[in-house]
Design a protein around this ligand. Structure first.
Ligand code: MOS
Length: 739
């Protein structure tokens, strides 16, 4: 099945963005607005014994200082997102004296100016009763929970099992058995977490960048004893989400209460260091991966056992084996996931949360297996391609991984690769390595309500539940609605990220496009039908606006509701109450994933042993590409992040005192422009019509999956070193002989 490619239109909001006309949450400064700052706990765990705010209150311009002593009866917990609630942390700070992690807020100061608020916050003095902490996976005092035996909902968090993996592995002629570790990492979107809270006639209005306006609305209502109708969230743009902004933040109710107390709008922008300690992060993890093959190279068994960091108060459930269990035609698979309670804020979803990490383990083992078998790593993957889901035996809705691999190999020039490690060198002694890895990410779908309005001035307004975090969803919506209605994309306006009309469900898990775009497309179909019913002939090729005018209608609105195949009707109740409602990868008739293949060249310089990545080729199967420009940009962004995850990023913890040490973007090292070479992107662009009528799967997360193992495999090819701990740094490829 094929369809005409969508045009390579520019971002519909590009002009607004480059002029600064796109307003982000904390860009707002309503009249009379005051500024807030936070004081945070300086211990890793314990209890506030006393808190002295007198010096803070004495700072000129300070209007209000609130601590747990003020707020115990004013804010209720919103509940943890993964436990039926709305917040990124189930533990709401500042309603009790207990401190669960270093950096937890203990006071909020409101002042006329930001400098006064910051100065005063620094003068809040607390004395604490200190308790011992465990902040590392292997530390004494952690508590390990077997996920499948926990209270987390089943079957979602049952272990993924097929066949008899232990027996098949024991009998396998060729075995790979390896342990991997990955560090805690933090999302560092350009936009800090920040909120402007304002009360108008008993209604709370929150301007804040979020991926989940509906959860914020319902969560704040629950916390502050309001009805959801009394809360409005305004988030037309979010300056990067990546999972950090996928639920209600613990600061937002503090700003809301402060604004109510001072009866003025209050702006709270959380500094980067505090974001590291109070929003989510990618948990540290440890994996043992076993892979068995017969002599011919058929993979017959895989066992994936994981330990993943959680907080003491919330269990952050993991789905590492959802990636590795469904990836290849391996009949015998066993996943076992364990959660390790540590003294931190709750970890959460960070781009390709489990998939990036899981792919690092499995795709490294596949490469190792290829060398053990003496087979080309692309050929080994192709030989073990799956034609049905090996766990459920259901078909895939679509799967073009093989084409990703073969097209990527051709674009990269893989046929010129010599297999032996250390066989490719530049004249100056630079070691060259070529590596490959594949990735997958579930193709999920959330329910959506879409309302489309046409005006006789020719504009179309699509209101649907989805958030613009920079990924380009506005452009995708415009392209699809415009194509259906036969109008220019710039005439389509997307009303998204603002509560009050269609429910603004969580935009995450790469389901944004597969959720909002088919809904918008169906709304456009409904509009065409409604236009036809106006009784005007469009024989002369009249545009919709002309039909409206001829019928004497200033505007026309239609509304549709759409759910995933297999979703019960009650899902719209969940949707309306701001609870996560997405489905996938398992649907009643099939299983759906997006796929990618990455080909990477690394160069390891002699002397410095600096690892460079001059060249990446990535080919994606994300179903149909509805916005080629922003899709390409997403792939490049995901590859850049993959390079960061492989070679740079780690949140360092201090086992003595807790917290994260490198809590700024000077010391939390991300790739910069000079670290990035060529990133060539290919799309299979084959629609998946079983999943939805537009044929889109999902793109935003799969793009990062497999980059890290492709780099690790390339480093092996360059050096002969098999490195299984991320990030891989100079010291890991440095030999005594280099000094
Ligand atoms: Mo994404 S990490 O599911 O916001």
């Amino acid at each position: 099945m094929s369809a005409a490619p969508f045009p390579n239109t520019a971002r519909v909001d590009a002009f607004d963005k480059v002029r600064g006309a796109a307003r982000y949450g904390a860009d707002r400064s309503p009249p009379g607005m005051l500024h807030a700052a936070l004081a945070t706990a300086t211990i890793g765990k314990g209890r506030i014994e006393s808190i002295d705010t007198s010096a803070a209150r004495a700072v000129p311009g300070v209007r209000l200082v609130l601590t747990h002593e003020d707020l115990a009866s004013e804010i209720k917990p919103a509940g943890y997102l993964m436990a039926g609630g709305y917040a990124s942390n189930g533990l709401q700070p500042m309603i009790a004296p207990e401190i669960a992690w270093r950096g937890q807020p203990i006071a909020i100061v409101v002042a006329d100016t930001l400098p006064a608020a910051i100065e005063a916050a620094a003068l809040v003095r607390a004395s604490f009763a200190v308790e011992p902490i465990a902040v590392e996976l292997s530390a004494e005092g952690t508590q390990t929970v077997v996920q499948s035996e926990s209270q987390l909902p089943k079957p979602m968090y049952e272990d993924i099992v097929a066949g008899d993996a232990d027996k098949a592995f024991a009998e396998a002629a060729v075995q790979v058995d390896a342990v991997f570790t990955t560090p805690a990492q933090h999302q560092n979107p350009i936009e800090l977490v920040g909120t402007v809270a304002e009360w108008k006639d008993g209604t709370l209005i929150i301007h804040e960048g979020t991926q989940n306006a509906e959860a914020m609305r319902h969560g704040l209502a629950r916390q502050l004893g309001l009805t959801p109708e009394q809360v409005q969230i305004v988030s037309p743009y979010c300056g990067g989400g990546f999972g950090q902004k996928n639920s209600l933040q613990i600061y937002t109710p503090l700003a809301a209460v402060a604004a109510r107390r001072v009866d003025r709008p209050v702006k709270l922008v959380v500094p980067r260091a505090a974001v590291f300690h109070n929003s989510s992060f990618r948990p540290a993890s440890r994996h043992r991966f076993r892979l068995g093959a017969d002599k011919s190279g058929k993979l017959i068994a895989a066992i994936h056992e994981t330990d993943s960091q959680s907080s003491r108060h919330d269990l952050f459930p993991t789905l590492y084996a959802e990636t590795t269990g469904h990836m290849y035609a391996i009949d015998n698979f066993r996943g076992r996931e364990r959660l390790v309670r540590t003294d931190t804020q709750a970890p959460g979803y960070m781009r390709a949360p489990f998939e990036h990490v899981a792919a690092f383990t499995m795709e490294s083992c596949i490469d190792e297996m290829a060398y053990a078998l003496g087979k080309d790593p692309v050929a080994l993957r192709l030989a073990n391609d799956a034609y049905a889901d090996p766990i459920s035996k259901k078909p895939f809705s679509s799967r073009h991984l093989a084409e990703c691999l073969t097209r990527g190999a051709a674009m990269f020039g893989w046929d010129k690769r010599q297999m032996a490690p250390g066989s490719m060198r530049a004249p100056d002694g630079t070691q060259i390595g070529w590596g490959v890895a594949a990735g997958s990410y579930k193709a999920a779908t959330a329910p959506a309500i879409a309302r489309l309005t046409l005006t006789d001035q020719g504009r179309a307004i699509i209101n649907v539940g989805v958030h613009e975090m920079g990924q380009g969803i506005r452009t995708a919506l415009s392209n699809v609605v415009a194509a259906k209605l036969g109008i220019a994309p710039e005439l389509v306006e997307a009303e998204i990220g603002v509560t009050g009309a269609s429910p603004q469900h969580l935009t995450a898990g790469s389901w944004g496009t597969a959720t909002a775009v088919p809904a918008a497309s169906e709304a456009a179909d409904a509009m065409l039908k409604a236009l036809a019913e106006l009784g005007q002939s469009d024989a002369a090729g009249r545009k919709p606006a002309e039909l409206l005018k001829a019928a004497g209608r200033p505007s026309l609105s239609v509304e549709i509701r759409r759910k995933a195949p297999g979703h019960p009707d009650q899902i719209f109740g969940r949707l309306a109450s701001g609870l996560p409602s997405a489905m996938g990868p398992a649907y009643p008739e099939y299983v759906s994933f997006s796929y990618i293949a990455h080909f990477v060249e690394v160069r390891i310089e002699p002397g410095t042993r600096r690892i460079r990545v001059p060249r990446v080729v990535s080919v994606v199967d994300c179903g149909r590409v509805v916005s080629p420009r922003t899709a390409t940009s997403q792939v490049q962004g995901g590859v850049v992040w993959g390079i960061g995850a492989a070679l740079r990023e780690a949140s360092e913890v201090d086992p003595r005192f807790g917290g994260f040490l490198n809590a700024d973007i000077a010391e939390y090292v991300v790739p910069v422009n000079a670290d990035i070479g060529s990133i060539e992107v290919g799309f299979i662009d084959k629609p998946d019509p079983r999943l939805n009528e537009v044929g889109v799967k999902g793109l935003g997360e799969v793009v990062m999956v497999g980059v890290a193992p492709a780099i690790a495999n390339a480093i092996f090819h360059a050096t002969g070193k098999r490195l299984r701990d991320l990030p891989i740094r100079i010291e890991h490829v440095l030999d005594k002989g280099d000094l």
